[in-house]
Each structure stands twice: as C-alpha cells, then as structure tokens.
Write a protein that binds this ligand. Sequence first.
Ligand code: CO8
Length: 258
Amino acid sequence: MAYETIIVEIEDYVAVVRLNRPDALNALNAKLLGELADALGTLDANDKVRCIVLTGSEKAFAAGADIKEMSEKSFVEMYMQDFFTPETEALLRVRKPVVAAVAGYALGGGCELAMMCDFIICAENAKFGQPEINLGVVAGIGGTQRLTRFVGKSKAMDMHLTGRFMDAAEAERSGLVSRVVPLKDLMKETMAAARKIAEKSQIAVMVVKESVNRSYETTLREGILFERRVFHSLFATEDQKEGMAAFMEKRTAQFRDK
Ligand code: CO8
C-alpha cells in the first residue's frame, strides 16, 4: 500500500499504521485522514491482519488537526464538507482491534484519534491535551464526549477549559491509557500486546470489541443483555469447543475462527 502521509506494514498478523508528517508533528490534514480511512478499511478486510496498531513518531502521535489547513475555512465550507466526519467514522467502523501506541504529543484531534482506538499504550514522554480553546474553537471529533467518559467531568473540563496537557503518569492514573512504558519499549510492548490479541479466536475478539463499545452507547441493563446474548451465541462456534477442550487437555488452543 503506497501512501504519502502514513506508512503501513504487516508482520505476523499485526498491521502497524504509522502517521508520517514529521515536519508538522503529524498534524491531521485531509490527505492524512483520507489515507488513514482507506488504510484501515483495507486492513480490516485483509485476512492476514488480526490486530492493528496506530502510532506516530517518538516526538508526536499527532499534534492535532492541521491548523494551517483549516485556519481560513468558513462555517459554510466546514459544514458543507462535513469536516472530517466521513474519515473519522471510517475508523469507528473497523471491527478488528485497533491499539494506539502514543509517544510525545497527542493533542486536539490527535488525542481524539487516540481515544477512538480500542485502548492506548503510551510512552513516558506522552502528553495528552485538548488545547483547541487556545485557538478559539473546541474539540471536533469527540473530545468533549470521549475524554469525559475516560477521565470524568472534572478533569475533562479542566483539560478543555484551560488547554493544559496531561502527562503519562496522570493519563494512566485517570484511566485514559491502559499502560505507560519507557519510550524505547513502546513498540515492543504494543506489538507484544497486539500479537497476543492476534492469537485469540478472532470471533471472540470482535465480540469483545463490540460488547465493550456497547457500554458507551446504551443502558447497563441493555448492555448486559447484549453481552449475555453474544456470550450464549459463542457456544455455536468451534473456537469455543476448542478453547475449552484445550484448557481441559492442558494444551494451547488452536483457534480457527470458526
Ligand atoms: N497544525 C499544523 N501544523 C502544526 C501543528 C498543527 N496542529 N502542530 C505543530 N505544527 C507544526 C508547526 O507549525 C511547526 O511547523 P513549522 O516548522 O513549519 O513552523 C512544526 O509542526 C513543529 O512545531 P513547533 O515548532 O511548534 O514544535 P514545538 O516542539 O515548539 O511545539 C507543540 C510542539 C506544543 C505541539 C506545538 O506545535 C503546538 O502547540 N501545536 C498545536 C497544538 C494544537 O493546538 N492542537 C490542536 C489543533 S485544533 C484541533 O485539533 C481540532 C480538532 C477538531 C477536528 C479534528 C479533525 C481531525
């Protein structure tokens, strides 16, 4: 896959998508988001991919939407183009797990992009923020909603209203990221997690993703009902028989996604 603003590599059933606009700290412009949407859709449909890792550089995951690209836009242009809605919705349509590996800045749209992934592993130098307030705007691809669900109202208000950055330790303490690792280990640790996911039954993996994401969209009672139904339905799979037989026979399960 040849792209200009991202690099895609596939190894051992894990695809790594690297944001690659080093001169702009991976600022998200229309080209990058279009390529990202295309790549993720293609990887989701690729049998050789069982987990996707989204990352940036050591200095920046992404420093936000490209301010230079959008600064002169009018309301009518933003509205009529439905600015970045189709591209960001393409990311949310991906059914395979997407893990964000964040080093350096994850600001504005960059923080929002990381939060759209299924979970975030970050390096000790990571800095998260929603500094749009400094530009006279607000988050535009879910930041006010998702950050609030991740870290609660008080911290979300603090971040959005003051525009301050959150370091890696605070991000872990607040539940924004699942783990913090030394910068030099970021890709090693994230790839290990991705490979572990890639070994599982892909049916169960996709059901986990669907079920956990349900908890954001529905009531507790409906979410639990959804979980019970998919739990029951997994007993129709060969992978359930294999997984439980392997446990009893004290061997490693050989899942076949059936
Ligand atoms: N857009 C465009 N260019 C950027 C951006 C950006 N968001 N961030 C950095 N750059 C560019 C700089 O202009 C600079 O380029 P040049 O050398 O040509 O001037 C280059 O990247 C390096 O940046 P700095 O020299 O500023 O590097 P520093 O290490 O001094 O500072 C910072 C790093 C603190 C990250 C600083 O660059 C910064 O504050 N960047 C802007 C952060 C920001 O405000 N982000 C929010 C943007 S608005 C947004 O994301 C809205 C989201 C809503 C919709 C999203 C759809 C995707």
